[in-house]
Design a protein. Structure first.
Length: 458
């Protein structure tokens, strides 16, 4: 017997209090944070949807694993358990632990990059792009054409444009390509999944041109859910088997374990090429830690090894995707423009459409971020021209392709009633949208400005 209502497939053993601030208090808190949610104090946030990275609630088994953590500097038992788990999951011969995903990106893409090099992706995320561009290399996005239609129900809008990939690799030549990176699910592209068919096509083109194929796999379990439920031929495969099939197509992977490994800290590289793995290991030792801990404590490695098993459980993944879908479908029904279909880890609101009276140079996404916090204490993040906009030679803003706000849902943290509260706050957002004004940047760094920039309301 099946039921329409989904419930959390876990019991709550420990709770953390939420400080219920007033609207007047939140206006002052936001002003003191220069209208940047990254600069808010977490104690002043009611519902935190800033990121799903490192914000998961760990299981009782993971906490037990933390107590078993072997903190030996070299050759720890916790490392052995993590290495065994990762080799079984990914099939790659060389495993390089790091303290988080961007450390793995810095090591790999810093080594492969440099001036004159080009990296190609379905869509680079902010830290990936920053590490590539910091090395002097170029980052090119080639999402599939279906991703341009935000309202269609095409199930795999995270796919890469295969024709564009073939053309670019032929144009640049294999020696000038750092790597082709397939991000699953495609975070910047709306948390949209990548089909196995598309991953196979990417692998074939990369082999044809003799270029390195890397999977950014931080949400590969969520991606496997969509493949099993949306792609013909995978209905009877386990989620883990689907992930293993995708890993087998690539030359390596990079992961922020703070997503689908259900932990608060950790990451890794896994590679097949010994020479590349040796070079990355040397960089690891210089900058992160010894090869068998890479900046991680033994207890963190234990938690990752356990989390990478739990994340592929059927009940967990069903609850996870249904929670995100519930929030997105409810917002859509209220007339809030969202990227559709709803992705795996987050709901993406099209702030450019919601606030069509606010031009890109006044950052409608950041305006929505501020409204959500001031009205309801909900912290979110802009993924638009603040995060990805650039300036031309005359200092004029070159806007991002989309002005989005991401509502990223932490894993195993919030209940359905928390999501209902978010939906209720959006009622007020829609009611007040005509009166909402934009923002301007008054202070910003050169790279990753959205983390520390200061804004003023217009």
């Amino acid at each position: 017997m099946s039921f329409q209502t989904f419930i959390e497939p876990f019991k709550i053993k420990s709770v953390e209090p939420i400080y219920m601030s007033t609207a007047e208090q939140r206006k002052q808190y936001m002003k003191e944070a220069f209208y940047n949610p990254f600069l808010l104090h977490s104690r002043h946030v009611i519902i935190d949807l800033l990121t799903d990275s490192g914000t998961s609630a760990m299981s009782s088994e993971q906490w037990a694993g933390i107590m078993r953590g072997d903190e030996s500097y070299a050759g720890a038992q916790s490392w052995e358990r993590l290495e065994t788990e990762l080799k079984d999951l990914t099939g790659f011969s060389y495993v390089i632990p790091t303290h988080q995903g961007r450390a793995a990106e810095r090591i790999l893409y810093g080594y492969l990059g440099g001036k004159g090099k080009t990296f190609i992706s379905n869509t680079h995320f902010d830290t990936t792009r920053a590490n590539i561009e910091f090395s002097g290399a170029e980052a090119i996005d080639i999402p599939c054409k279906e991703a341009e239609d935000h309202e269609s129900d095409y199930p795999f809008k995270g796919n890469m444009d295969i024709a564009a990939l073939d053309e670019l690799l032929g144009k640049h030549g294999s020696t000038n390509i750092g790597a082709v990176i397939l991000t699953v699910t495609n975070n910047t592209g709306g948390g949209q999944p990548v089909s196995m068919e598309n991953a196979k096509a990417v692998a074939e083109v990369c082999k044809k041109h003799k270029v390195l194929f890397i999977i950014d796999c931080c949400r590969i379990a969520e991606n496997a859910y969509f493949i099993r439920n949306k792609e013909k031929g995978y209905e009877h495969k386990s989620y883990r088997e689907i992930a293993q099939e995708m890993f087998a197509l690539a030359d390596g992977c990079a992961m922020s374990a703070k997503k689908d490994a259900l932990v608060n800290m950790g990451g890794f590289l896994a590679l097949q090429n010994e020479e590349l793995a040796t070079a990355c290991t040397n960089l690891l030792i210089i900058t992160e830690g010894f090869a068998t801990y890479g900046g991680l404590s033994g207890r963190d490695m234990e938690a990752i090894a356990i989390g990478l098993r739990e994340v592929f459980e059927d009940d967990y993944l069903h609850y996870r995707i249904m929670s995100t879908t519930y929030l997105g479908e409810q917002l859509k029904a209220k007339g809030v423009p969202v990227l559709y279909p709803i992705g795996g880890h987050a709901v993406y609101v099209d702030a450019g459409k919601l606030y069509n009276h606010i031009p890109a140079e006044q950052y409608p996404g950041q305006a929505l971020v501020c409204e959500l916090y001031q009205l309801g204490g909900i912290r979110t993040v802009e993924i638009g021209s603040v995060m990805f906009g650039k300036y031309d030679e005359d200092g004029k803003l070159v806007a991002a392709p989309m002005e989005l706000v991401r509502l990223a849902i932490p894993r195993r943290v919030y209940t359905k009633s928390h999501l209902d509260y978010v939906i209720e706050v959006f009622d007020k957002i829609v009611q007040n949208k005509a009166a909402t004004k934009g923002v301007k940047i008054v202070k910003e760094p050169k790279f990753l400005r959205h983390f520390t920039a200061h804004f003023e309301m217009l």
